[in-house]
Design a protein around this ligand. Structure first.
Ligand code: AMP
Length: 215
């Protein structure tokens, strides 16, 4: 199954994508994770992407399109994948449609995870991520048993640089202006399903499964 999880930062796309990836046995492809890895590794791509990411701006289309095209050609994508955080602009969506045509494939569904903006700010400012396994916590709603340490792998928890309030407001503006138009794009292609992204992780997962016809 080929899926896109669309939604603003903090909507819970990554969390849902991780669970779904295990359930459907297809890779979870997050351009944000790939770019953060490149920054951590200090590669040329990482150096180029870092200044955009730190200020909550989008990395240029040609850069992310290049990364995704390369990734989708890997053998583990043959049975499908879950895209999280890509596409984020109309040119990216159009490039993805072209890449799928070249591969003789098509998108199955696009899930738009929707959460009111005030809730997103609360979620993102309280978000903490494990350096070891990438698991996400929230200081109020999903705290770790021990402050600053991952329950799963005892890795150190940190706050992403772009999860500071001012940067968050900017990322949400970028989402409204550049990514939100993709909802209409995929609706026109009859691929779109709306998901209420409020509530617990389990409640949202149930809605996702219903939207995928898995019940
Ligand atoms: P995310 O983890 O999806 O919130 O992405 C973190 C940051 O990586 C974003 O704020 C952008 O700077 C960059 N990024 C991730 N995916 C994309 C994309 N598809 N297009 C442009 N920039 C991206």
């Amino acid at each position: 199954m080929r899926l896109i999880l669309l939604g603003p930062p903090g909507a819970g796309k990554g969390t849902q994508a991780k669970t779904l990836s295990v359930k459907l046995a297809v890779p979870h492809i997050s351009t944000g994770d790939m770019l953060r890895q490149a920054v951590a590794d200090g590669t040329k791509l990482g150096l180029e992407a870092k200044s955009f990411m730190d200020r909550g701006a989008l990395v240029p289309d040609e850069v992310v399109i290049g990364i995704i095209e390369e990734r989708l050609h890997k053998p583990d994508c043959a049975r499908g994948y879950i895209l999280d955080g890509f596409p984020r602009t109309l040119p990216q969506a159009e490039a993805l449609s072209r890449a799928l045509t070249t591969l003789g494939a098509s998108m199955d569904k696009v899930l738009s995870v929707e959460v009111p903006e005030d809730d997103l700010v609360k979620r993102l400012t309280g978000r903490r991520v494990c350096r070891g396994c990438g698991y996400m916590y929230h200081v109020d709603t999903n705290p770790p048993k021990q402050v600053g340490s991952c329950d799963k792998c005892h890795g150190v928890l940190y706050q992403r640089d772009d999860d500071k309030e001012e940067t968050i407001r900017h990322r949400l503006r970028v989402y409204r202006e550049q990514t939100h138009p993709l909802i209409a794009y995929y609706d026109k292609m009859r691929l779109l399903r709306h998901i209420d992204g409020r509530g617990t992780i389990e409640e949202i997962a149930r809605r996702v499964h219903q939207a995928l016809g898995q019940g």
